[in-house]
Design a protein around this ligand. Structure first.
Ligand code: FAD
Length: 381
């Protein structure tokens, strides 16, 4: 009798749906977005939309070479080799065979994805209290892999994105009756070069910043000097830095203190930050950079090709920087064009800022081009 009652109640639960199909996403009876939202609210936001874990793997595969994804992902740096720890035979590459153990490598054990100065201070205090190894990651572009370290705690500044524009910037501690520094922009450490360019152009201004858009302009870039195509025109990014806010490093007796560094206070620190290299003196939370008027530019491109291994190749190196051009050279003195022919190639892209007169700029190239055209087997265009 007892068993029958149980079976009876099971049947009564099942009866309303017998003979009916469940709603599926492609059917009109499928719950609306608002319905799902209501369920999510009713269970305190615990509803998640998931994909099979294998799909996550294919997402990662697609993003693997994307520098912006690598910048935002605390467990990745831009140069994969710095994620491995060869001394311990630890790697975890997407190309590894599936039965290979995924080792932690040099990837920090605990990243603190900070969003505010106080979170940085808390983390520095924790590091000091617990005697931990600390690294700072902004975009992970560092050629020496310093944003990651084995068994470390990482402060990831990538999510700090505050930007403030000034028509007339007055450094903290400057005399009240001072003239100020003119137009400038203050950016949090995590603002990328792409975000910085977009912000200044909204005010019809330009700024000295680098070529790779995913670099963090307020992190290692300006602290390492910061070169750009406009260097000949307005100097390095560090020459244009007017002030930094810095949480002092855990080795300092003032560890965790927030200080302002500019030409009026903490001047030694300010000097050291402008070229001393990222991660050396503290955690920069923001930097203020001078901005410049938007100016016309002339973009030039010179390609020189000659026989592979020609010893005269290096003599062709143009000295156009003196004429105000800044940019990039690519030189391949003995490049295999195909299986039988090697060539020496030099390609340059130089940008002349605040210039419109192309005839004037051609006059710098013409002597070089006519000299090159007299050399048998050399083409220059
Ligand atoms: C593809 C590519 C293109 C590049 N182009 C240019 C260019 O045009 N011009 C140029 O000058 N350089 C260029 N660089 C070099 C680049 O600017 C440096 O590697 C720079 O250090 C990156 O800084 P980051 O903060 O973005 O990167 P990260 O690798 O995250 O940090 C670099 C160093 O700074 C430290 N650091 C990061 N954030 C902070 C912070 N908030 N406070 C204190 N220390 C911090 C890190 O610990 C690390 O030691 C390029 C690099 C690459 C890979």
């Amino acid at each position: 009798m007892y068993h029958l009652a149980v079976i009876g109640s099971i049947l009564s639960l099942a009866i309303p749906t017998l003979g009916l199909c469940r709603c599926r996403p492609h059917e009109s009876c499928w719950s609306s977005f608002q319905d799902w939202l209501a369920l999510n609210n009713s269970i305190q936001g615990q509803l998640v939309s998931v994909r099979p874990v294998a799909a996550k793997c294919s997402n990662v595969s697609a993003s693997w070479p994307d520098p912006f994804w690598r910048a935002a992902e605390p467990s990745a740096v831009q140069w994969e080799n710095w994620e491995a720890w060869p001394e311990r035979n630890q790697t975890c590459y997407i190309e590894d065979r599936q039965n290979t153990t995924c080792g932690q490598g040099r990837v920090s054990l605990y990243p603190a994805k900070v969003e505010s100065t106080s979170q940085i201070q808390e983390t520095v205090a924790f590091v000091k209290r617990h005697n931990l190894r600390l690294v700072i990651k902004n975009s992970g572009h560092d050629f020496l892999g310093r944003p990651s370290a084995p068994e470390s705690l990482q402060i990831s500044t990538h999510a700090t994105k505050d930007i403030e524009n000034f028509d007339k910037f007055m450094p903290t501690g400057a005399p009240k009756d001072g003239v100020g520094e003119g137009p400038a922009i203050t950016i949090a450490a995590g603002v990328s070069i792409t975000e910085l360019y977009a912000a200044v152009s909204r005010h019809n201004r330009s700024v000295i910043a680098g070529a790779s858009g995913s670099i963090g302009a307020g992190g290692g870039y300006f602290q390492g000097g910061g070169h750009s195509v406009f260097g000949v025109w307005r100097g390095l990014a560090s020459d244009n830095a007017l002030e930094s806010r810095v949480v002092l490093a855990e080795a300092s007796h003032q560890a965790g203190h927030l200080v302002y560094a500019n030409t009026f206070q903490n001047t030694d620190l300010f000097w050291a930050l402008r070229g001393g290299g990222g991660g050396s003196f503290g955690i920069v939370t923001s930097v203020t950079l001078r901005t410049h008027p938007e100016v016309p530019v002339v973009v030039t491109n010179l390609n020189i090709t000659t026989a592979g291994g020609d010893p005269h190749f290096w003599k062709a190196s143009p000295t156009l920087n003196d004429a105000g051009g800044g940019g990039y050279y690519l030189a391949a003195p003995d490049y295999p064009l195909n299986e039988t022919v090697n060539v020496s190639v030099m390609s340059s892209v130089l940008i002349f800022a605040n210039a419109t007169n192309t005839t004037h700029i051609d006059s710098f190239y013409n002597p070089l081009q006519s000299k090159l055209s007299q050399v048998t087997g050399t083409t220059a265009n």
